[in-house]
Design a binder for this molecule. Sequence first.
Ligand SMILES: Cc1cc2nc3c(=O)[nH]c(=O)nc-3n(C[C@H](O)[C@H](O)[C@H](O)COP(=O)(O)O)c2cc1C
Length: 243
Amino acid sequence: MNDTIALLHRHRSVRHYTDAPVLPEHIEAAVLAGQAASTSSAVQAYSVLQVNDPAVREAIVPLTGGQTKVANSGAFFIICGDVRRHRLACEMANKAYEARLEAFLIAATDASFFAQNMVVAFESLGYGICYIGGLRNQLREVDKLLNLPEGTYPLYGLCVGVPAEAPIARPRLPIASVLFQDSFPDDDTLKKQMSAYNEDYAKYMVARGAPARGWTDAIVKGASAPRRAYLADYYATKGADLS
Ligand SMILES: Cc1cc2nc3c(=O)[nH]c(=O)nc-3n(C[C@H](O)[C@H](O)[C@H](O)COP(=O)(O)O)c2cc1C
C-alpha cells in the first residue's frame, strides 16, 4: 500500500456537496492530469465541457432523472468522446472520415481514462465526485441545450464539489471474481461467488438505509430489458458509424 493506492481505495461517489466552489487552478490541474492518461495512439479522442450557466445546469437536472446534484455541485462537467478534430484532420487532407465502431470505442475508452484521471486528481485535492450516467437518459435534449457539434459524443456527466457527506464504501466483487489466471472460471464458480457477494451487498444496502437487495437483483433489473435503446440512432446523428 502507498498513498496513491490508499487514495484510490478511499473513493466513494459523493452526492451531496457544500456551497464551496471548485477552484479554477484545481480544475486546470485535474484536466491536465486527465490529459496525462494513456490515449490510443495519442488520438486524444475526448473533450470535456464545463457547464457553468446555472440556468443550463438546472435545465439538465430533469434530463438526468431529477439528479439535483447536477445543479448543486461545485462544478459540473460533461465528458465526451470527441473525434471532431479527426474529422477536421481528414477534411484538411481532403479525405473522407470513414472511421467506424473502432473509432467510437477508442473515443469512449480514451474519454474514460481521461475522466478517471481527472477524478483521481480531484479526489487527491479533497473534492468528492459523482459520474452522471443519467445524462444518457435524454441526450437529444441535452444536445439541443448545449448545441453539441458533429463528432462530439456525450458519454456521461461529472459532478465535483467539496463533500457534505461521508458515504460508506460500496463493497466490490471479490478479487477472485475479476482476476483470473490463464483461463476463465466456469459459470458455477461465478454463480457461487455472486451469491456470496449478494449477502455482503445486501448488508451494505441496509447500512445505507435501503432495502436489503442483493447485487444480482440490481443487475437483473438493468440487464433484462433494453435500456436507452435510442443511443445508436442518437450517436449516428453526431456522425458515428457503429458498424
Ligand atoms: C459511468 C458512470 C455513471 C454513473 N452514473 C451515476 C448517476 O447517474 N447517478 C449517480 O448517483 N451515480 C452514478 N454513478 C455512480 C455509481 O453508481 C457508483 O460509482 C457505484 O455505485 C459504486 O459506488 P462508489 O462509486 O461509491 O464506490 C455512475 C458511475 C459511473 C462510473
